[in-house]
Write a protein that binds this ligand. Structure first.
Ligand SMILES: [Zn+2]
Length: 195
């Protein structure tokens, strides 16, 4: 492929991505597969959006390797949330989808000190700012619920509600959402000012 065409493809690709912040999930705004993964077609051939994100940000295609998500959000194309794995890693990753993450790749295994041992729930006070941003981005994109997000981030439904309404963690910013925009891409974000 010629360099000019590659640049044109990359520009078109990034124009369909909502870049919420360096550490937040970047949501693919184009069409998606039933599994939640984004897809984009060039000259009649469809590609996974997250694989294109890897290629356009790193400059080389992942080849036969799998592009996996650290955030387990199939719609996300933030290159910072993507890593290369063998097909075996990907199978392991896929097995975890659809239930609360518990595998070795889950953040609680990487940062065990952040888990409250008493209840098994993460104490909401220890949520990282990046996680708060991700919660707001995911909720604003719709197709999720307080309960699902609560399970995903190991906090209570109540905490998720407070985060998406801005009653907590206001200083972090992100998308302010009272109601999820079901099935529609997020609008231009309203950001909070620091308090
Ligand atoms: Zn992500």
């Amino acid at each position: 492929m010629k360099r000019a065409e590659k640049h044109a493809r990359a520009a078109l690709f990034w124009s369909r991505v909502h870049r919420a912040g360096a550490q937040a999930c970047w949501l693919w705004l184009g069409s998606r597969l039933p599994t939640g993964y984004g897809k984009m077609s060039f000259r009649g051939k469809a590609y996974y959006a997250h694989r294109l994100a890897w290629e356009f940000s790193r400059g080389s295609a992942p080849g036969r390797l799998c592009v996996c998500h650290t955030c387990d959000n199939p719609q996300c194309v933030n290159p910072a949330h993507l890593f290369l794995g063998s097909p075996r890693d990907n199978l392991h990753d896929a097995k975890q989808k659809g239930r609360i993450q518990s595998g070795r790749d889950h953040w609680s295994h990487r940062m065990p000190s952040r888990v409250s041992r008493g209840s098994g729930k993460l104490m909401s006070a220890t949520l990282a700012e990046a996680e708060v941003l991700s919660i707001r981005t995911l909720y604003a994109a719709g197709k999720t619920t307080h309960a699902k997000l609560a399970a995903m981030f190991s906090v209570t439904d109540r905490t998720i509600g407070k985060i998406v309404r801005g009653e907590r963690w206001k200083h972090v910013g992100g998308l302010r959402t009272k109601h999820a925009a079901l099935g529609r891409p997020p609008k231009v974000p309203k950001t909070w000012t620091s308090s």
